[in-house]
Design a binder for this molecule. Structure first.
Ligand code: IDP
Ligand code: MG
Length: 141
């Protein structure tokens, strides 16, 4: 089933000059970017995006990190895009991520783990709407 998911290259991924590397992996594995922008989130905007994690011990540090520098936000479209993206990303903790995944290869730790990907159709829809309006989405024919 053709799906859409939200992907973010986090501030550590941008700082490590991995924008091209990450997007290349998506394009070569059937995930097509159909919307994209670079942003520098405020702390409040990062808190809004990660509202589901409010109250967790890592929330303060996570939202400080996510507002620490520019990010690249994308909508990816493809067959089973949500799960496929999460497979390419690897587990949240890079030390538990499969060999060859983005996080295993590039992430420093469980917090600074290079990429975000939506985890279900409902969260994908909410996260896409957090960053993009209809005019900014460019589906391929
Ligand atoms: P996910 O990004 O793999 O979906 P989530 O559990 O949704 O993982 O957590 C969101 C983000 O919060 C993670 O990508 C990571 O940046 C951060 N995070 C998750 N768990 C921890 C933790 O135990 N310590 C520090 N940061 C964490
Ligand atoms: Mg998550």
């Amino acid at each position: 089933m053709k799906q859409r998911t939200l992907s973010i290259i986090k501030p550590d991924g941008v700082r490590k000059n991995l924008i091209g590397e990450v997007i290349k992996r998506f394009e070569q594995n059937g995930l097509t970017p159909i919307a994209m922008k670079m942003l520098h989130l405020t702390k409040a905007e990062a808190e809004g995006f990660y509202a589901v994690h409010k109250g967790k011990p890592f929330f303060e540090s996570l939202t400080t990190f996510m507002s620490s520098g520019p990010i690249v936000v994308m909508i990816l479209e493809g067959e089973n895009a949500i799960d496929l993206n999460r497979t390419l990303m690897g587990a949240t903790n890079p030390s538990e991520a499969d060999e060859g995944t983005i996080r295993r290869q590039y992430a420093d730790n469980i917090e600074q783990n290079i990429v975000h990907g939506s985890d279900a159709p409902e969260t994908a829809a909410t996260e896409i709407a957090y960053f993009f309006n209809a005019l900014e989405v460019c589906p391929r024919p």
